[in-house]
Design a protein around this ligand. Structure first.
Ligand SMILES: C[S@@+](CC[C@H](N)C(=O)[O-])C[C@H]1O[C@@H](n2cnc3c(N)ncnc32)[C@H](O)[C@@H]1O
Length: 263
């Protein structure tokens, strides 16, 4: 018979609270009242209601990224410019861009998203500014009009890899000469060691934000086959194949990167 003491649980760090895993229960609660099954993350249903809260907590430097896009837009917009926001969600970024350029009465700001719940919420938020329009559309099938500034804030990563190059090509074609595409993406590391490090650092970030280990696992399981990040080099290659030559990383924090490409 084993001595009783050998069955005692041992913690490697007595200062840390160790969450007890619940045996046999597969977590589907991703935090902020959002439920999502394995490989089944969706922005539909009621997600629009809690989305702003969820995204600003789970994406590092979310507000700072918006702020940088607004400031960068000064270099590309003139009075009659058209701005396009791909994967606009609740229109938060377009609202900020409209406020920054409030003197440009002929500016048109167009937000596209495939989720009707997001578009309804965006229209409600931005109804007092007639320069802002929204359309519920699948980006893979959308016709993009001539624009000076296209933004995609954590959206391209959700386009299936098979269609992604085509979307980059259409973005390039719809930009005016001298116009810019500014997009932010979750990115993979350049090799397995760096990928391990950045995944670990991002998990630490989410724990610090108050997400439980079950919620973190549930979110990551739900994103299988839905969010497909490319590496920095992979994204640069997509841009180059589309025709862009002037490309620069404008912000980077762990595995979150903002890339500015000028036509
Ligand atoms: C992470 S959110 C974007 C956040 C938003 N840009 C912001 O600034 O807060 C991704 C958005 O892209 C939309 N989306 C994803 N894939 C799409 C597609 N193929 N066509 C249209 N919208 C898409 C989703 O519905 C969702 O609202």
């Amino acid at each position: 018979m084993e001595p009783k003491s050998s069955k005692k649980k041992i913690s490697t760090n007595l200062d840390e609270k160790v969450a007890k895993p619940k045996k046999g229960i597969v977590p589907t609660t991703t935090g902020d009242n959002i439920e999502a099954p394995n490989a089944g993350w969706s922005f539909g249903g009621n997600v629009a209601k809690t989305f702003d809260d969820h995204v600003s907590k789970s994406v590092p430097l979310y507000q700072e990224g918006h702020d940088l896009i607004c400031k960068a837009s000064d270099y590309f917009l003139s009075d009659n410019s058209v701005v396009c926001d791909l994967g606009t969600s609740t229109g938060e970024l377009l609202l900020k861009l409209a406020k920054r350029h409030d003197k440009r009465q002929n500016l048109r700001l167009i937000g596209l998203d495939r989720e009707q719940g997001m578009i309804d919420e965006a229209k409600r938020k931005c109804k007092s500014d007639p320069r802002i329009q929204f359309e519920c559309v699948e980006i893979v099938e959308a016709e993009l009009e001539k624009t000076d500034f296209i933004v995609a804030y954590y959206m391209m990563q959700f386009i299936r890899p098979a269609f992604r190059q085509d979307v980059f090509n259409r973005i390039y074609n719809s930009l005016q000469w001298g116009g810019a595409f500014l997009f932010f993406e979750k990115v993979r590391g350049p090799d397995a060691r760096f990928q391990d490090i950045i995944s670990g650092l991002y998990t630490d970030y989410k724990l610090e934000k108050g997400y439980s280990s079950e919620e973190i696992i549930a979110k990551s399981r739900s994103l299988k086959g839905v969010l497909e990040p490319f590496s920095t080099e992979g994204n640069y290659d997509l841009l180059k194949r589309a025709g862009f030559k002037d490309i620069m990383t404008i912000m980077k924090y762990i595995c979150f990167e903002g890339i500015l490409a000028i036509k």
